[in-house]
Design a protein around this ligand. Structure first.
Ligand code: ADP
Length: 484
């Protein structure tokens, strides 16, 4: 039997340890599916305060290892969950990672994110040595780990444990590049010649993600459509040229859904299970959702439109703001769960009292409530300006909560426009990023909802969709095999 392929994931979040968005879902789910395909996977994460204080006990594997931050050698401990079920490893250096949040507060990013994540990337080699693990592939995620491929090609060329190691970078969101002031460049421990157009420079700043794009052996992003979009000025954030030079090594692999977590038939976080064949539980979940958000109970048949989102410009809240008055004049309920930028916190807190009993808002990160919205709502809103893949629309499909989405990125890859005449399709799409186009899609959905027989057919179509990880994990495995 051929030796197992060995892969080291390097990422800044993973369910169930730490999550701010889709990245955490992906890094939490993909390793287990790859393991089922015969790959030996280990995952490296920072040891955040929330992991340290979390419910899963951890053990120290090695103390006082060292990694470089510019000219400095800094110590860290290597931790792992005590339970052998999780092949996860954590970099413990409290100065950098013992904080309440992962990257910053609603007011802004932590001032030392470059130090934090340059150091994290630099721990890859000492961690492999400490674990006596020789990865065939290092699979790094987003800017927080994007220096690892640069170090692999520039600093670790003679390292025994990383000889012949290949590197894959997955971009989960090109909007977050890890941009830092040039005067921090010496902290990267790289030659100044790499601070150039052909290196990590981005308009006189450092772009960690650009370094990863240039030095990884392959670059992937999380949907086929987004992999094409980011090679254009509209979505490329100035990196479209660099991405085009890597077009031969750039692939779009759609994220999968972890149906162990997101399946209405087995979901332990919702009051009533339901399935395609028996939808009765969904009505009970709707009642619970009405209670949880303090909505009026007088018209349970009125549709509930849900949103679960980071509160960031990307997610289209300016469109929601424009459409809201007209929408709230209808016989509908709207629930919004999110955290993020402070300006959106203020806006939502001001809107909710204008529509008592009709608009429910929770400024929180709450996984239980996210599941309840998916289960209890009738429709799900995702008017994103751009969307690398998007997971919530796929969760919504599984829960028969019909998505209303902008036709961009992974949303366009996963939602099929409803055709009432044929009873076909799984959701409602709009193209132009305008309130009018968004409103039209919503009102088309509301009109369709009135025909409950047709609506149930659309729910059936949606719930039949299968975006499980199997196909995508196989695509990653094929890519690893091509590289080694
Ligand atoms: P992104 O990664 O851009 O935030 P995705 O749709 O890919 O968007 O993934 C978002 C993930 O984060 C989903 O699992 C979603 O349920 C979850 N999520 C986002 N905001 C919240 C919140 N306020 N509470 C609970 N879960 C949230």
């Amino acid at each position: 039997m051929a030796a197992k392929l060995r892969v080291l994931f390097v990422a800044s979040e993973a369910v169930p340890f730490a999550k701010t968005g889709g990245l955490g879902d992906v890094v939490g789910a993909l390793p287990a599916v790859l393991k089922d395909l015969g790959v030996e996977v280990k995952v490296l994460l920072p040891y955040y305060g929330m992991i340290k204080q979390g419910s899963l006990p951890t053990t120290c594997l090695a103390e006082d290892l060292e990694a470089g931050l510019g000219p400095l050698r800094l110590a860290f401990n290597l931790m792992t969950p005590t339970s052998p079920d999780y092949p996860f490893y954590f970099v413990e250096r409290d100065e950098f990672f013992e904080r309440s949040q992962l990257y910053g507060t609603p007011r802004g990013d932590y001032f030392d994110n470059l130090e934090r994540f340059a150091f994290f990337s630099a721990t890859v080699l000492p961690v492999c040595e400490a674990l006596a693990f020789k990865p065939d592939v290092i699979h790094v995620h987003d800017w927080q780990a994007a220096l690892a491929p640069v170090y692999l090609k520039q600093r670790w060329t003679g390292a025994e444990y990383l000889r012949d190691t290949r590197c894959v970078l997955t971009i989960h969101n090109l909007a977050y590049q890890g941009l830092f002031a040039r005067d921090k460049f010496p902290l990267l421990g790289l030659d100044w010649s790499l601070f150039s157009i052909g290196g990590l420079e981005y308009y006189d700043q450092i772009s960690l993600l650009k370094g990863g794009i240039l030095f990884a052996d392959a670059v992937t992003t999380v949907s086929p459509n987004y992999s094409r979009e980011i090679q254009t000025p509209e979505f490329g954030y100035g990196l479209e040229g660099v991405l085009r030079t890597r077009a031969g090594a750039l692939f779009g692999i759609l994220n999968g859904v972890d149906y162990r977590e997101w399946n209405p038939e087995t979901d332990r976080l919702i009051p009533a299970a339901f399935s395609r064949r028996d939808l009765s539980g969904k009505a009970k979940d709707k009642e619970a959702l009405i209670d949880a958000f303090g909505l009026a109970k007088d018209r349970p048949e009125a549709p509930i439109l849900g949103m679960i989102s980071r509160l960031a410009d990307q997610k289209g809240f300016d469109l929601v703001a424009e459409v809201l008055p007209e929408l709230m004049a209808r016989d509908v309920r709207v629930v919004i769960l999110g955290t993020g930028e402070e300006k959106y916190h203020r806006w939502l807190k001001a809107e909710a009292p204008k529509y008592p009993g009709k608009l429910g808002v929770k400024i929180a990160f709450n996984n239980g409530l996210a599941h309840l919205i998916e289960a209890g709502a009738d429709m799900f809103l995702m008017p994103s300006r751009f969307e690398p893949c998007g997971l919530n629309q796929m969760y919504s499909l599984k829960y028969g909560t019909i998505p209303i989405v902008r036709a961009t990125g992974g949303l366009a890859d996963t939602v099929v426009q409803v055709d009432p005449a044929k009873g076909a399709g799984t959701g409602f799409l709009f193209s132009d990023y305008t309130p009018e186009a968004f409103a039209k899609a919503i009102f088309t959905a509301l009109a369709t909802f009135e025909d409950q027989k047709l609506w149930r057919k659309i729910m059936q179509n949606a719930m039949k969709q299968d975006f499980s990880w199997k196909v995508s994990a196989q695509a990653y495995l094929d890519l690893y095999k091509r590289l080694v």
